[in-house]
Design a protein around this ligand. Structure first.
Ligand SMILES: C[S@@+](CC[C@H](N)C(=O)[O-])C[C@H]1O[C@@H](n2cnc3c(N)ncnc32)[C@H](O)[C@@H]1O
Length: 293
């Protein structure tokens, strides 16, 4: 990097210009996006940008940054451009083969951790259905050293990303990755005291879905049939047989489907008790089902 010149493209000026440009293009969190892209282009942490406000990046770094700015302005997600996203204060590799981890899913992780803490020795086996980047499975294994996890996905490409994330965070020996259509390839005798899932739950015709999410994120991770409810109903049906007595199913869903899925789970005496948990925006987000003892 070079020293300041008048009117030069310093880090400060680049960030201000880019944040303003992203805002005009209708991108969410424009300043954060500018900082993440510039930090990655300069191979430093976001916080380091603030200590170098008057510096002028070199041309190769600027060329990379300009390309990402142009692509993000057109809607390409920042996480796919830089190849990672933070989740539960941990960095996860993401590629276009996996859903970008969302903050709502951190709530699911917190609930799972509460449940695990209530076990006498925390040594249970947790099943993560539709692991994607592995953000849920890897975070749980990272937070609870006694835990073993089975992480299932139907997408081999997603499982490769999840395996790399497990290795990065040093938990690969405690996560078994299984390529499977939900429960289909799991050994029949396995039982789990906790099943967690963030299944695809968007309806294919849902007009409210951000068009850039629809364009860039994997269809198989997003869409759950015509109305979005099909995979969730299937998991509610099938999980009963895979839970240990008194075990827990935690499933993320859309606020639009939550009440319907709660009624579905409560019908036919499938579970001993079910309820919905709200997210930070006070919307019903997680279906909680306790198996009969
Ligand atoms: C909404 S994404 C969740 C990814 C990750 N767990 C997260 O929370 O960010 C849903 C995941 O379910 C997987 N999936 C979709 N259909 C599946 C199926 N029939 N069997 C297993 N996994 C499936 C997708 O590949 C995708 O990774």
């Amino acid at each position: 990097m070079n020293q300041t010149q008048t009117d030069a493209w310093t880090i400060k000026r680049l960030l201000e210009w880019t944040a303003d440009y992203f805002k005009k293009q209708g991108r969410d969190a424009p300043r954060l996006a500018a900082e993440v892209l510039l930090a990655e282009a300069l191979d430093c942490q976001r916080i380091d940008l603030y200590a170098q406000f008057d510096q002028i990046p070199g041309e190769p770094q600027l060329a990379r940054y300009r390309d990402w700015v142009r692509r993000h302005a057109q809607g390409e997600p920042v996480a796919y451009l830089v190849g990672h996203r933070d989740f539960y204060s941990m960095r996860f590799e993401v590629t276009p083969d996996v859903l970008i981890p969302r903050p709502e899913t951190e709530e699911l992780v917190l609930m799972a951790l509460d449940e695990i803490k209530s076990w006498p020795n925390r040594r249970g086996l947790v099943l993560d259905l539709g692991t994607g980047s592995g953000c849920i499975a890897v975070t749980l294994a990272n937070q609870v050293p006694e835990l073993s996890v089975v992480a299932v996905d139907v997408s081999p490409a997603a499982l490769s990303v999840a395996r790399r994330n497990a290795a990065t965070h040093g938990v690969e020996s405690r996560i078994q990755f299984v390529e499977s259509d939900w429960f289909a390839n799991l050994p029949p005798g396995w039982r789990f005291p906790l099943i967690v899932s963030n299944p695809p739950y968007v309806g294919v015709d849902d007009d409210a879905l951000d068009p850039h999410v629809r364009q860039y994120e994997p269809q198989i991770a997003l869409f759950g049939g015509q109305r979005g409810a099909e995979p969730s109903q299937r998991l509610i049906d099938k999980s009963v047989a895979w839970l240990t007595p008194g075990g827990l199913l935690l499933m993320e869903t859309s606020p639009m489907l939550a009440q319907e899925l709660l009624s579905y789970a409560e019908s036919a005496d499938r579970y001993a008790a079910c309820h919905l948990r709200q997210d930070l925006a006070k919307k019903p987000r997680i279906l909680v089902c306790r198996a009969h003892k």
